[in-house]
Ligand binder design. Sequence first.
Ligand code: ME8
Length: 648
Amino acid sequence: MSKGNFYITTPIYYPSAKLHIGHTYCTVATDAMARFKRLQGYDVMFLTGTDEHGQKIEDKAKEAGCTPQEYVDNIVLGEGGVLDLWKLMNISNDRFIRTTDDYHVAAIQKIFKKMYENGDIYKGKYTGKYCKPCESFWTESQLVDGKCPDCGREVQDAEEEAYFFRLSKYADRVQDLLENTDFLEPRSRVHEMVNNFIKPGLEDLCVSRTSFSWGVPVDFDEGHVVYVWIDALFNYMTALGFCNDAKDGLDKFWPADVHFVGKEIVRFHAIIWPAMLMSLNLPLPKKVYGHGWLLLDGGKMSKSKGNVVDPYILAQRFGVDALRFFLLRSFPFGADGNFSNELLISTINTDLANDLGNLVSRTVAMAQKYFGAHLPEQQQVNIDMDRELVEMVCGLRDIYEAQMEKYAFQNALAEVFKVISRANKYIDENAPWVLAKNESNHPRLAKVLYNLLETVRICAGLLAPFMPDTSAEIANRLGGVTMDWDSLEDFGVLPVQVATVNGPALFPRIDMEKELAALEELSKPKSDIEIEPYATENVDFDTFCKSDFRAVKVKDCQPVKKSDKLLQFTLDDGTGTDRQILSGIAKYYKPEELIGKTLVAITNLPPRKMMGKESCGMLISAVHTEKGEEKLHLLMVDDAIPAGAKLC
Ligand code: ME8
């Protein structure tokens, strides 16, 4: 019978680049929690997904020369993408939401309209600062040294007609929620929210944009798209059927039991999210838990800084379970932790190879060696020798549970490993190899091995949320024994004549020096120059021949107002009528240096609008990365080639 319902979420990830170990950390933690709740007997809904709108994605797609939808599809669904990573990491999410899913888009439009109709969203003028990489608006007073307080990068002036959400109206209620309930944890994050954001005065929040179009359109005011955070936060409810019929589960699972989020997005989840739910008279989630960051050399790992650690490489070299275990064993979930390859390898060697791996292989091997397929029925207890181990094992489930309920994964694992160490010591104390020598000691030997196998069963059962495959493998080696929640409380569930199965070492010891050298080699760029991977799919010849590449001459080139990326080209394409192309290369060229040049354009792409201007084709450039920096060169051809000449 179900113990009740439990709804847990991860943040939905920006598919602006491939995910790294930092993202993997939060998802693995959520997965461990979801598996723990299932083990306890709850009916669990675990949601994750991707947050696919916003200017950053629109810009990236332009740079990549594809549509935003194509761009996100590739990162979410493509090889090595988000879905592949979660499959690799054995993530057991029940649903996956993409904010570009039709049902979500339509639901966001309804939600926006509801808040407009109840007066909490109104039209005004936005002047302020905008951090493009973070997709965040800031007031002057929130900036730190004139820069984005989250990422420290330059912000831009922004002024436009926009819709606002009356966040200020909810300041007192949100403050009360944060200070007088346990809505936000760890508690240290409460002070940060109240002192840094609420006390200085909560301003109304700008919730629509007109300067780009890759977002959910405001359906009653053309040209406006919904601010990406409004779109993103409501995923937690639309995925359960809020304002749509495509999904279900709202009655069963809302309010969520916990949203796990990284510390830099606590602000959105602990202030804006409850305020919007209050505006719609909806129940609030029971908890937001702001976890710390995985740091690399003391700084944040981030895809925009380029110092990311690739979970694919680590999982391939060390195994998925070892990586999952390391992430939750080595760092306290609520605080930051310093990632290093040394720590990863030493954790695997100490906890998994020496302690757990050894306990399992020694115990199973001795059972096989001394008794063959089954332990004998006749077993002899020695209260003095057994008491300490048996008592520890009997109390373990409850101690572990109390830590898990607090999201203290590291402590829960530490408790299990205390017992594993105790069991290894128990082997030495009882010296089975000495007992084995004299047949009269065999009933005692059988009991020692039984106690060890039972300890292994309970520990492996409690490790299942962290290392599901390892736990299942250990269950096999103990003859396919049960590890359900109730059985993990009672010592003595294992049949007396347990049948064991030998197997290879669960976690072979890693040679630290050799492995560090191998990892170093793998992380070195092959040279200072990096090129894009080659396409894995062929285009058929006829399709390729349809592409109409032409030499074009630049008659004029101008920057585009309000855009720091785009240049507007007027081109002679040999037809006698000027062709206009917009290209996102302002970072690389000054407009005047291009006038008179002969370039190459693909001319038969469908016209596209960018910043309200039409672009008829695309200029061809060569791109690569040099010392981590992206470089671009427009393809320029001999000026003797006349405008309009076809390239084939
Ligand atoms: O914030 N260590 O998406 P995102 C730990 N789309 N956690 C890290 C990390 C690190 N080094 N780097 C990133 C977004 N994260 C929004 C969420 S939810 C309605 C919208 C965590 O892909 C980060 O803290 O930038 C965040 O919780 C999550 O990865 C997603 O980051």
